[in-house]
Design a protein around this ligand. Structure first.
Ligand SMILES: [Zn+2]
Ligand SMILES: [Zn+2]
Length: 243
């Protein structure tokens, strides 16, 4: 993130002109894949995440197979040593498809290698070879990465975010990934969602936004949420909404 703090775009930028603002910005900061590696790798095996799986208690993410192996002998998180679950650790694990899509998009060839490996394994074990899993997020993630990480470019003073409905019943956004100014607030996002989903910006009071399951106050800035609520667990801030 920029450390000069003097955002030229901060308060003035309303959510509706994010796209325009983003396109206009010429001052950019380089982010190399190496800088992102710590977010994309599993601390158990040291490799890129495969079947990314998150511990709901502490939101640390590992490969599914690494984590399953680990919990056979320990019920503590390999990263922070927090208790995963007092009795049934499996209950506290959830697949993190967004994270996995990002890893696959940022690491060329990884998905293909993994699929090849799985097919070979299944053939050797005499198991049926399953069809490729649905890649629902693929297009959106691909567009996002192309736009924001191609050549290692990141837009200064902005935060990449991903917004998803809390459940299937909540209408989804046409574009769930966007760049928002660090100084914009949850209120801006509520207004944006109200205009997109409820077709009425004045209904922003009906929109709730959550980070890691916690309801966000409307006065919080995106930068504050990223640092204190999301705790930088991934370079892309994931928020859920309901309305
Ligand atoms: Zn692993
Ligand atoms: Zn942990």
């Amino acid at each position: 993130m920029g450390e000069d703090g003097g955002s030229k775009f901060g308060r003035k930028s309303s959510i509706s002109n994010f796209g325009v603002a983003a396109a206009k910005i010429v001052s950019k900061m380089k982010v190399k894949l190496a800088d992102l590696n710590s977010f994309l790798t599993c601390c158990i095996c040291g490799g890129y995440l495969i079947n990314a799986t998150t511990i709901t208690e502490c939101v640390h993410t590992f490969c599914r197979s690494c984590l399953l192996q680990h919990i056979k002998s320990s019920n503590k998180c390999p990263s922070c040593n927090g208790i995963i679950h007092p009795s049934q650790p499996l209950k506290s694990l959830r697949p993190d498809q967004t994270m996995q899509d990002i890893v696959y998009k940022l690491v060329p060839g990884l998905r293909e290698n993994e699929e090849k490996r799985e097919i070979e394994f299944n053939q050797k074990a005499g198991l049926p070879t399953k069809k490729n899993s649905p890649q629902t997020n693929d297009k959106a993630v691909s567009d996002y990465v192309k736009k924001n990480y191609a050549g290692g470019i990141r837009i200064k003073d902005h935060q990449p975010i991903c917004m998803e409905g809390v459940s299937e019943r909540v209408p989804s956004l046409e574009r769930k990934f966007m760049m928002v100014p660090l100084r914009s607030t949850i209120l801006h996002l509520k207004k944006f969602l109200a205009s997109k989903i409820l077709n009425d910006i004045d209904k922003w009071g009906n929109v709730d936004i959550y980070c890691n399951g916690e309801l966000m106050g409307k006065e919080h800035s995106i930068e504050f949420v990223f640092v204190t609520k999301w705790r930088r667990q991934n370079p892309i801030l994931v928020l859920q909404y309901s309305c």
